[in-house]
Design a protein around this ligand. Structure first.
Ligand SMILES: O=CC(=O)O
Length: 332
């Protein structure tokens, strides 16, 4: 339908495209213009585009793209993280941004716990052992680390970090957290979490260190060689944030030399890792393919939230999940 607002999407097919079953729903509201169509004829399609629909971090919003979309009102980005967007540049073009933090927080927290448990109890290694053609190494003395009663240090106590704390409490874990801002006392008490103003203190005391912080210039390589050295040799690092939160070379070295016990990573840098990357060869590493929000329910809710934000912006209504910036361009 020519009258439907034009929305630029990255692609409609392939493993990185929009979920196939969402396309029909999107087409009820919008004329979808793929990046490829746009690139082939940007003078025709550029003026039609009123929104950019970002799925899996794509399409990339460059200055050049912004300049060729004169009718653009909003960039609606699936997920919680905003590190793929230059928010200051976008704001300077008078374009709004919305994301979908509520849709992803529970499934991503679940993934954090899944990785923590998998690494602690060596689920992936155990699976390999259990299905090995040769039963010689089969053993019920397949030891891992106890989760119950262990200390969990959560770095980043936003909505995902907080949901992890709620889940970890049910595992009777002792919970420490480090965050830009301390949470309210009643919020801390509700999950039994103790604030650590010092990151070093959290690293030294935790049996599991879990990264649930957004990637910003301040948090890039937050965990490097020095921080890994502060961790217990029995500690496990879980990352459900972004690969660049960790100095990956330092992590590989720490895992190879027993500086820490193991790592469970939903995110790496880059994604996917080159097939000869040392992280793919280590027994004490558990990897998932950036799948924190990969449930049917969450992905559908993300799509519905993006549609609602785009429609609100086109109708001049308050935009659900609008991302606002502070004076220093940090996310409010
Ligand atoms: O990576 C996923 C997200 O930012 O929600």
């Amino acid at each position: 339908d020519q009258d439907l607002p034009g929305v630029l999407v990255s692609g409609l097919e392939g493993p990185h495209g929009i979920c196939e079953d969402h396309i029909g729903d999107l087409q009820k509201h919008f004329t979808l213009i793929t990046l490829q169509e746009f690139l082939e004829n940007n003078t025709r399609f550029g003026p039609k585009v009123q929104a950019v629909y970002i799925w899996g971090g794509k399409p990339a919003v460059t200055q050049e793209l912004l300049q060729s979309l004169p009718s653009l009102k909003i960039i609606a980005s699936a997920g919680a993280g905003l590190d793929h967007l230059d928010l200051k540049l976008i704001a300077s073009c008078g374009v709004k941004v919305a994301n979908t933090p509520q849709a992803v927080s529970s499934p991503t927290a679940d993934m954090g716990m899944a990785l923590l448990l998998a690494a602690a109890r060596r689920v992936v290694e155990g699976h390999r052992l259990a299905i090995a053609p040769d039963t010689e190494n089969f053993s019920t003395n397949w030891m891992g680390q106890e989760v119950t009663g262990a200390t969990l240090g959560i770095i980043g106590m936003g909505s995902i970090g907080y949901k992890i704390a709620q889940r970890a409490r049910a595992f009777e874990m002792k919970i420490l957290y480090h965050n830009r801002k301390r949470r309210k006392l009643e919020e801390e008490e509700a999950v039994g979490a103790t604030y650590c103003e010092s990151l070093d203190d959290l690293l030294q005391r935790s049996d599991f260190v879990l990264l649930a912080v957004s990637l910003t210039p301040q948090t890039q390589r937050l965990i490097g060689k020095r921080e890994l050295n502060l961790m217990k040799p029995t500690a496990i690092l879980v990352n459900i944030g972004r690969g660049l939160l960790v100095d990956q070379d330092a992590l590989v070295q720490a895992l190879q030399t027993g500086v820490i016990k193991g790592a469970a990573l939903d995110v790496t840098h880059p994604e996917p890792l080159p097939r000869d990357h040392p992280l793919l060869k280590l027994e004490n590493v558990t990897l998932t393919p950036h799948a924190g929000s990969a449930t049917h329910q969450a992905r559908r809710q993300m799509m519905e939230n993006l549609v609602a934000s785009i429609l609100a912006s086109l109708h001049g209504l308050p935009i659900p999940n609008e991302v606002r910036l502070n004076w220093d361009n940090s996310v409010a």
